[in-house]
Design a protein around this ligand. Structure first.
Ligand SMILES: Nc1ncnc2c1ncn2[C@@H]1O[C@H](COP(=O)(O)OP(=O)(O)OP(=O)(O)O)[C@@H](O)[C@H]1O
Ligand SMILES: [Mg+2]
Length: 420
């Protein structure tokens, strides 16, 4: 696109306004279309000019930058805001993040940082708009594209193994990644690893993968998605596993809908024997969709009160959703970590049996994470790797219970998760 990026600058210090304007005037693809001296004026100008980017100071008279950003997010949502703040305004930053700002520049910042930030936010916005335009042209309502004749047919459905925890940071991603690799090695089956931690997925980092493509590339082309295309977008991991990575930027997570996920998993099931899914702790619609259809749900917990409390809540919700306990595999991570709890006390508290235990091995784990090499490949004889192999064995279909009836027959979840 040869059009210039239209920028509105909002700052109460005249010399800052002048400097920024001068700096940006050297960039052929950027045009400053207006300036404002406080948040209120900034909002008025933004409504009039509808800029591509608003550069917003925080501390200003009449209306501060946070309030102005909140107003803009609601009233001029096509004008993303980059906040310019001084160090020490961390609380402001948190509020700004909640108010809808896209990026933050900490003063003093360099001209290069500013320009890169403007271009980045602009490009992401363009990408987002083009995704939205495509997905609202009726594509979402269209029936799934007929499967490409050449790519399959697998007689059976692949098994979906969904990793979940009610609390973040308990080891889901680490275990899911190592399990996927171990599963491929042990079974010689076709294994997919899907990163559904859509905002902050780190499977790519854990396996040291090139993160140039992922799930957003699939949804951008959802109507033309066939198995060949899915295979192209998935990245090669160790032992032949194929990895579907999370979006490259957290804000793109919102573009992924339940319908997209349903369609993607419909194809993955035909392509792979095992589909290992990493998730975030958030029980939103997408996680619930996969949860409903997963063959096994591995709930990861650890020996801490918050983890146990949230596991208890998660198990209670599963029960309300009629997810059979037979499908749930409760896994205690860092099971030998020093704690006033142990396996038995956790089981008693949760009233649920622990099916597997993964030892605490900080040295091996940190090394493995930092190098992006799964420990099951570098240290197959370590205890932690052996426990992962045991988990593989537990998750094989022969050990699996009969699949649940279709989700449609289950309790409606609206009551629990009614939205808006
Ligand atoms: N068995 C273990 N031994 C030693 N360290 C571990 C073990 N499991 C997890 N860790 C540590 O805990 C950290 C968090 O693990 P991981 O990122 O897999 O958690 P998560 O549940 O996916 O978190 P999030 O919810 O934030 O995605 C790891 O970076 C690692 O340092
Ligand atoms: Mg994770």
């Amino acid at each position: 696109m040869s059009e210039q990026i239209k920028v509105l600058i909002v700052d109460d210090i005249t010399s800052t306004l002048d400097n920024l304007q001068k700096l940006l005037s050297f960039e052929p693809d950027i045009q400053v279309v207006g300036t404002a001296a406080n948040g209120k004026e900034g909002v008025e100008q933004a409504k009039k000019l509808v800029p591509d980017i608003v550069l917003m100071d925080v501390n200003m008279p009449i209306m501060d930058g946070i309030q102005a950003t909140e107003t803009l997010a609601q009233e001029v949502s096509g004008s993303p805001v980059i906040i310019m703040s001084v160090q020490g305004e961390r609380d402001y930053l948190r509020r700004a993040m909640q108010s809808g700002a896209r990026e933050f520049l900490i003063k003093p910042f360099s001209g290069d940082e500013l320009i890169a930030s403007i271009r980045r936010v602009y490009q992401l916005e363009q990408k987002k708009e083009s995704f939205l335009a495509k997905t609202t042209t009726g594509a979402e309502k269209a029936p799934a594209a007929p499967p490409d004749g050449e790519a399959k047919q697998r007689g059976e459905r692949g098994q979906v193994i969904f990793f979940y925890s009610g609390k973040g940071g308990v080891g889901k991603s680490l275990i899911a990644a190592n399990l996927a690799v171990s599963m491929a090695n042990e079974t010689k089956g076709k294994v997919a690893l899907v990163d559904l931690d859509l905002q902050f997925g780190d499977i790519g980092v854990l396996l040291n993968l090139d993160h140039s493509q992922g799930i957003t590339d699939l949804i951008e082309n959802i109507d033309h998605m066939d198995q060949e295309f899915i295979r192209e977008i998935m990245v090669d991991g160790p032992f032949g596993i194929k990895v579907l990575l999370a979006p490259i930027s957290p804000e793109l997570a919102d573009l992924v809908t339940v319908d997209h996920v349903r369609r993607i998993f419909g194809e993955l099931r035909k392509m792979f024997d095992y589909i290992i899914v990493d998730s975030s702790a958030h029980l939103g619609e997408i996680n619930l969709e996969v949860l409903d259809h997963a063959d096994r749900v591995v709930v990861v917990t650890s020996l801490s009160i918050p983890a146990i409390k949230n596991t208890k809540l998660a198990l209670k919700i599963f029960d309300s959703l009629s997810i059979s306990p037979d499908r749930v595999v409760l896994l205690l991570n860092k099971s030998d970590a020093h704690s006033e709890f142990n396996k038995e006390s956790v089981e008693a508290n949760l009233r649920f049996p622990i099916a597997g235990q993964i030892p605490n091995d900080p040295k091996l784990v940190i090394n493995s994470i930092n190098r992006g090499n799964p420990f099951v490949t570098t240290h197959p004889e370590s205890e932690i790797s052996q426990r992962i192999r045991e988990l593989v064995a537990k998750l094989l279909p022969t050990a699996a219970p009969a699949p649940e009836p279709e989700a449609a027959e289950k309790k409606p979840r609206k009551g629990l998760f009614a939205r808006r």
